[in-house]
Design a protein around this ligand. Structure first.
Ligand SMILES: [Zn+2]
Length: 375
């Protein structure tokens, strides 16, 4: 809670002042420390991230200590995976786990789905800069080539495109909009689990639209864990890239290289860009929730695979009992074989089969051990 240290000097700021409308609460998970905004009465007390119970409402009239973390939503990507596809993906995942824990059923995974929006920062800023670069202009160069064909030499005209590089410098004064930057410390880990999002399909959003459409539970919006100071350096290469593109256009050049600039930033505006993620979970042998994350746009899924050693041991034991029974029959046949010579061969075959079946009992335990070794 250190980053939310109270600042008594400021006037009380309510959540609605921070651009989230009146009917929104801030809840905190005491287990994983994820913080969310959502609608009261339409959330459970279970954290959609770690699945621990006991989400606590941050009850205060004053949110001034959170002003660097809670900003209004501006753009979002909606949840866009049809139920059938989601169900198919979940069942595919369940099938990849051999000797699955009892709790891992498609019904459980489906009924535990929760919607979470992951935030990214969007920054608008006024920029004043001096820049210099080398601009490349294409031009057509004519040359002649001699070719030998049809028993004689022919001269052929060849036109090729070359680039003329010219040094340029200038001043730039612009308002840049919606430069994005990660708003979570675990952004990289989450994105590698969820895969790409189609940022070009982003839509404008207001809080009421965001929470209005859900059928049962309201989506939970994760509050950034990186404040503006943390995220700012990540925006600089993107500002520079935009400036570079604009310079290319302004110079009417075909290419640009060695772009350097000295920017001064002023009058910034920070808002949030929200990415959709489904979460679900199943309980492993130790009743520990193993979480599953699903990209709300592409349905790319990621989850820890945990097989059940309990189940594997039961199966191994059954196989072992079968092996012992076959062995007992083989021994009986062997004893009888002393009287009836034909039975000796049968006893020998029985002995071999019991050994093979006995060895097969290792398979379930080895398989589970192998799956659970994955990280
Ligand atoms: Zn949690």
């Amino acid at each position: 809670m250190s980053e939310f240290s109270a600042n008594n000097a400021t006037k009380p700021i309510s959540l609605s002042h921070l651009g989230w409308g009146g009917n929104v609460v801030c809840v905190i998970c005491p287990n994983c420390d994820w913080r969310y905004l959502s609608v009261p009465g339409r959330i459970t007390d279970e954290c959609p991230h770690c699945r621990a119970g006991g989400l606590q409402e941050f009850q205060s009239d004053d949110f001034s200590m959170m002003t660097d973390f809670i900003k209004p939503p501006e753009m979002y990507l909606p949840f866009n995976v049809p139920q059938e596809k989601l169900s198919e993906k979940l069942s595919q995942f369940a099938k990849t786990i051999p000797f699955a824990p009892e709790d891992l059923t498609i019904q459980n995974l489906f009924s535990r789905l929760r919607m979470v929006y992951l935030p990214m920062w969007l920054v608008d800023s006024q920029v004043k800069a001096n820049w210099q670069a080398e601009c490349g202009f294409y031009y057509q160069a004519k040359s002649h080539q001699e070719k030998f064909s049809g028993g004689r030499w022919n001269t052929q005209e060849v036109i090729e495109t070359r680039t003329r590089w010219e040094p340029r410098l200038g001043k730039l004064m612009r308002q840049f909009h919606n430069i994005s930057a990660p708003a979570l410390d675990e952004h990289r880990r989450l994105m590698s689990a969820l895969g790409n999002f189609p940022f070009e399909q982003a839509k404008v959003i207001s809080p009421s639209e965001l929470f209005g459409n859900a059928t049962t539970f309201a989506p939970m919006v994760r509050i950034p864990s990186r404040d503006k100071d943390d995220a700012w350096p990540d925006t600089l290469p993107r500002f520079q890239e935009r400036a570079r593109e604009e310079t290319l256009q302004a110079c009417a050049a075909d290419q640009i290289r060695e772009f350097k600039w000295k920017p001064e930033f002023s009058t910034q505006n920070w808002t949030l860009f929200l990415l959709p993620m489904w979460t679900s979970y199943y309980l492993d042998d130790e009743n520990k929730p193993q979480s599953i994350l699903v990209n709300g746009q592409s349905s790319q899924m990621s989850g820890t695979r945990r097989a059940s050693m309990k189940k594997a041991k039961k199966v191994s034991l059954t196989i072992l009992i079968v092996a012992v029974v076959i062995l007992a029959l083989a021994i009986a046949a062997g004893l009888l074989g002393m009287l009836v010579p034909g039975l000796m061969l049968l006893a020998g075959i029985g002995l071999v089969i019991s050994i093979i079946v006995g060895l097969a009992a290792i398979y379930p335990i080895a398989t589970v051990w192998n799956v659970n070794r994955e990280r």
